[in-house]
Design a protein around this ligand. Structure first.
Ligand SMILES: [Mn+2]
Length: 249
């Protein structure tokens, strides 16, 4: 790669795994010349959600960053704001929320307030100059994200990925049967549904969708992928980094 070219690096779901985040920063040799895109789900799972948010907030001062909203980030924000009608508390606790609550027991109010500001500032999606779409989960509108009628889909949807996985590879992109959602963007980068569910440990491309959630919330690793070259770097298994914890397992 030409030295002066800015890399565009996309990060999969972190889920409170701060140690993994530091590891991939080292492995990818990240510098202030990189554009860093985070696909969401910063919290819930491992015990260091506050450290992850502190790190990202500080990073935003020194690096070009794009922070996408994940469903867990929104759940935690709703919890902090007391929007109880937006959360199934029991379900959230069972899916990593309990670790987040425990971790925040010793975090001071001023810091929590800064984290609330950060969580509110997250973007539902980002489209770059090469018509590449970055978002946590998916979208439903066949004309694209700008027309989405259900904004929560940006961070909850799963049919985009399931459709990409199940797609008959013999259907031509010009066929009326070809899923229109895949024709709108050059490439789509998502997290949300770990590729470990389809028995992969590395980023997976299906149609023009790249899934970079390599299961950091569970027993997998955290991945950072170079959007242009598709080179990628991965942390150790989160279960190894946090041997005393169970994460979302
Ligand atoms: Mn998610």
């Amino acid at each position: 790669m030409v030295a002066f070219m800015k890399r565009k690096l996309v990060f999969g779901d972190i889920h409170g795994g701060f140690k993994a985040l530091l590891e991939v920063f080292g492995k990818a040799k990240i510098t202030t010349n990189d554009h860093l895109i985070f696909l969401g789900d910063y919290v819930d799972g491992w015990s260091q959600s506050p450290e992850v948010l502190d790190f990202l907030i500080a990073l935003n001062q020194t690096h070009q960053c794009t922070f996408i909203r994940g469903n867990h980030d929104q759940l935690f924000l709703d919890f902090l704001l007391g929007n109880k009608e937006n959360i199934n508390l029991e379900m959230w606790f069972a899916h990593g929320g309990e670790a987040t609550i425990n971790a925040y027991k010793t975090v001071k109010k001023e810091k929590v307030d800064a984290h609330i500001i950060f969580l509110k500032s997250l973007q539902n999606y980002y489209i770059d100059s090469k018509n590449r779409l970055f978002l946590h989960a998916g979208f439903t509108n066949l004309n694209g994200v700008a027309f989405e009628y259900f904004p929560k889909m940006f961070y909850w949807e799963r049919t985009l990925w399931e459709t990409a996985c199940a797609l008959d590879k013999t259907i031509k992109t010009t066929s009326p049967l070809y899923p229109k959602r895949f024709t709108l963007y050059h490439e789509i980068f998502i997290g949300h549904t770990p590729v470990t569910k389809i028995e992969s440990a590395i980023p997976v491309q299906m149609a023009n969708v790249w899934n970079v959630d390599t299961g950091a919330g569970f027993k997998g690793s955290l991945t950072v992928l170079d959007v242009d070259t598709k080179d990628f770097w991965q942390s150790s298994s989160l279960a190894q980094l946090y041997p005393e914890e169970s994460g979302r397992n």
